[in-house]
Write a protein that binds this ligand. Structure first.
Ligand code: ATP
Ligand code: MG
Length: 433
């Protein structure tokens, strides 16, 4: 992709209305534009990141056995009357009427809709267990939308819903999502801590929020510092993490005998990027979902729901990975793999070398943003650091004459003058890993 033909409005100045670093960097790096309070347009570069995150979330959902479908954003109020939540939900729900005066709403979540779909499609125990998910926009009229996409009004969520015949099955479905979440966040280059959340009347340990520990987080989390030592890549990580104590401050305050010795109790701020919840028959009972059991009786399936804040993750990843120069994207979600900087587009040798490098990188399956603009070198370097592509390949007249390029790793600032072949070999290495 040629920079000169792309839509990438970068800003030098820090926008005054953005309080936290991820919001500032998302605006400065041309990822999003606010179009109304808490509502954002995803510009081309931002959309590439959002899509990559959604793809990784999808990959881990599929691996965990969940099945993708797509439910609409607009729902009918009648559906929500069946569960009793239409009146209970409050002003966060955006309500309106269609031309026929029918009451509609923009979905803040989809428990009612998935329950009605399941009720229409499934009759027999043979069709259970199932976990279904979609990745779809939600609207919640938040009192205080803030921090850019972290607390927007319109936001992208992955929400999954499990249906089981008994509590044991429900726990297994919950555990599969728990593990999928740890894998998802690790694949995104994040360290997410599962925090026990209140379960209401069901009790037990079947609700967790997943938090990224960062100073700008909206919640305070108390946790057993033994958590810091758990290697999330370890196959036993889910079991180890389930056993360790972590709780939001508000809940922690209600715990009378904290099981963690004081010297091991740590506290940090956290960004909630996921929430999983087993709620039993709450919606299936209210909405009359029943299936025939093996013995011919009718049973009410047990359900859970599992959310990931896909658009919030873009901000959370930046909070966790940036430096003074700008964003430092993890390889797995970067909008392009390589930023190719031609320092002298007016020089025939440089132009040829840059075009060849772009073509060969793309042929090797790498995505490239090629800065071919007629601009000063300093500006190009600053822009490339700001937008945070993991690798930079810099082409200038001296190196080009010697058949070399400069390869820079964004995260470390390390630079090497190498041949294009060597550069490509290094680039392929970490991606393949
Ligand atoms: P919060 O406590 O942050 O308001 P929630 O408990 O309302 O979150 P859920 O209903 O569990 O959130 O939604 C699942 C996920 O969707 C959350 O873990 C979060 O990552 C994301 N999310 C929720 N509200 C927003 C929002 N206003 N903007 C962006 N993402 C959000
Ligand atoms: Mg909320």
């Amino acid at each position: 992709m040629l920079f000169s033909r792309y839509l990438l409005p970068v800003m030098k100045e820090t926008p005054a209305d953005a309080q936290i670093v991820s919001h500032q960097l998302m605006l400065r790096a041309g990822l999003v534009r606010q179009t109304a309070a808490g509502i954002y347009a995803w510009l081309p570069l931002g959309l590439r990141v959002l899509n990559r995150i959604a793809d990784l979330v999808r990959r881990e959902q599929d691996r965990a056995g969940a099945i993708e479908l797509l439910m609409p954003t607009i729902q009918s109020a009648d559906l929500w009357r069946q569960s009793g939540r239409y009146d209970a939900y409050g002003p966060e729900m955006l309500r309106f009427q269609d031309r026929g005066g029918r009451e509609m709403l923009y979905g803040p979540t989809n428990e009612e809709m998935i329950t009605s779909i399941f009720r229409d499609c499934v009759r027999s125990y043979r069709d259970l267990p199932r976990t279904l998910y979609h990745i779809q926009w939600k609207f919640r009229d938040e009192v205080r939308p803030r921090f850019g996409v972290m607390r927007g009004r319109e936001f992208l969520m992955k929400d999954a819903y499990s249906f089981d015949l008994d509590a044991e099955g429900g726990r297994a479905s919950y555990d599969a999502q728990f593990t999928a979440y740890l894998r998802t966040f690790a694949a995104l280059g994040l360290r997410a801590v599962p925090v026990r959340a209140p379960t209401g009347p069901i009790g037990g340990d079947l609700s967790h929020e997943f938090h990224i520990l960062a100073d700008t987080g909206e919640s305070e989390v108390f946790y057993d510092s033994a958590l810091d030592a758990v290697d999330l890549a370890d196959a036993d990580a889910p079991a180890m993490l389930r056993g360790l104590y972590a709780m939001e401050a508000e809940e922690h305050a209600k715990v009378e005998n904290c099981p963690v010795p004081p010297e091991r109790l740590a506290s940090r701020r956290g960004i909630e990027v996921g929430h999983i919840f087993f709620f039993g028959t709450k919606y299936s009972h209210a909405m009359g979902l029943q299936v025939q059991a093996k013995d011919g009786t009718q049973v009410t399936p047990l359900m859970g729901s599992y959310g990931v804040g896909v658009s919030r993750l873009v901000g959370a990843i930046i909070e966790a990975s940036h430096d003074a120069g700008g964003i430092v994207w993890p390889d797995s979600v970067a909008p392009f793999d390589v930023g190719l900087i031609n320092l002298r587009p007016d020089d025939a040798l440089c132009a040829t070398a840059a075009a060849e490098a772009e073509a060969r990188l793309e042929a090797a399956g790498l995505s490239v943003l090629h800065d071919d603009r007629d601009a000063r070198g300093g500006e190009k370097f600053a822009t490339m650091d700001l937008i945070g592509l993991p690798w930079q390949i810099i082409i200038g007249p001296k190196a080009a004459a010697a058949g070399l390029v400069e390869l820079k790793r964004r995260a470390t600032g390390e630079r090497h003058e190498v041949s294009l072949d060597d550069a490509m070999a290094r680039l392929k290495g970490p991606r393949a890993a």
